[in-house]
Each structure stands twice: as C-alpha cells, then as structure tokens.
Design a protein. Structure first.
Length: 240
C-alpha cells in the first residue's frame, strides 16, 4: 500500500511539474516582444532560404522607396505650369516660356521645353518632339519597377522552395528513424511552413508598394498627356 502511495505521489509531482513547465514556457513566449519573436522564427526557418527572402525584401524596399521619392518629386501642378507658359508666351514669347520651363521641376516642364525649343521649325516638329520626349520621360518614371515585380514573384517562390526542401528533410528523417511519429517530422515541417509564411509576407509588402507606384506613374503620365495637348494648343494660338 505504501508503494502505491509513493508511486502516486511521484506521478503527481511529475504531472504538476510538467504543467508548471508548460505554463513557464507559455509565459516566456508571451513575454517576448514582436521583434524577438520575429527573430526567433527567422532563425528557426533556416539561414539559407530565409536570408535570401530577407535580401529580396531589402532590395525591393530600397527600389520602392527610391521610386516613391522620385515620383513625388516629379509630381507638379500642371495647371499652374500651363498658365505660366501661356502668360510667358503672351508677354515675352518663346524664350520667356522656355525660361519658365527651365525654372520648373518635373517631367512636364522638360517636355514643354523640348516642344518650345522646336516651335520655330513648325507645329508638327514641336508636336513630334513632345511625343518623343514624353516617351523618354515615361521610361524614366518606370525605371527599376520591373525589378520590383521580380522580387514580388521571387519571394514566394523561394518560400515554396524552402517548403519543398523542408518536406524532403522531414521524409528523410522518417526514413532514417523508421518512425512516423510527430516528433520526427516536426522540425522539417516547421521549417517548411516558416519559409512559406515569410515568402508570402515579403510578397504582400512589396505588392502594396508596387501598386502604389504604378498608380502614381499612371497619374503622372495622364497629366503629361493632358498638358502636352494644352501646350500644342498654346503654340497654335501663339503662331496665329
């Protein structure tokens, strides 16, 4: 009877000890900050594929920030510029209008300058210059955007590749241990899921920036086309 009591006592202590250890682990996990948790998950995911995904995120964010700064600097008040050019043409002629364009920032002012520079050759030459230089400015606006779309496509693919490699590692562990218990395959599956999650998170972040950049470019291009039409109308009126 005493042996039974002793066994039950030891079992009870082990049970309560296990519960206490579990609660301690959960409390430690809850006490970790978001930065610490992210760092822990990154390390658990493996340095190779997680590092490549992190590089894709850093490069993608660098391109996105550079494009956003450039596009915001390229955005101008086209209505005000058109009014200033019209006033300059009326008061001082083509040279005064060119001076206004030189003192203005943005692609629209550059397009205006090219058109005004060839107005002496005729309206058709000025219009061709505006169209040609508009294409050049559009290319400058879209510079490096294709690289951003590449990183958006590359990040989840790298995550899925890590998933496949993690699953292969899990099956290798099963074959080596000749056992299909959860503890054997847990590590490989965990790595697989973490790489997938991080790859998708990177793609989602970069996709948001990409959509903003594309919408910004479309807005600037529409303003450029509208302002170019107004410039040709001003030149026709000036010639008359």
């Amino acid at each position: 009877m005493k042996k039974v009591v002793n066994v039950l006592s030891v079992t009870g202590f082990m049970f309560f000890g296990a519960i206490q250890s579990t609660f301690a682990q959960e409390a430690a996990a809850e006490s970790r900050t978001f930065h610490q948790e992210l760092k822990l998950r990154f390390i658990e995911g493996g340095p190779i594929f997680m590092g490549i995904v992190l590089v894709a995120l850093i490069l993608g964010l660098a391109i996105a920030i550079e494009r956003i700064i450039y596009l915001n600097m390229a955005s101008t008040n086209t209505k005000k510029l058109v009014a200033n050019v019209d006033e300059a043409l009326s008061s001082g002629g083509v040279e005064a209008a060119k001076e206004v364009c030189r003192n203005s920032k943005g692609p629209v002012a550059s397009i205006f300058y090219q058109g005004l520079d060839r107005v002496d050759e005729g309206i058709e030459s000025a219009e061709k210059a505006v169209v040609s230089y508009g294409g050049v400015q559009m290319g400058l606006l879209e510079k490096n955007v294709s690289w951003l779309s590449l990183f958006i496509a590359l990040a989840p693919m790298l995550g899925f590749m890590g998933t496949v490699i993690g699953m292969i590692g899990a099956f290798d562990a099963i074959a080596e241990a000749n056992d299909i218990s959860p503890g054997v395959v847990a590590v490989g599956i965990k790595v697989a899921l973490l790489t997938t999650v991080f790859g998708l998170v990177v793609a989602i972040i970069l996709q948001v920036f990409y959509n903003y950049i594309v919408s910004k470019i479309d807005s600037i291009v529409n303003n450029m086309e509208d302002a170019s039409i107004q410039l040709i109308d001003l030149l026709v009126k000036y010639k008359k």
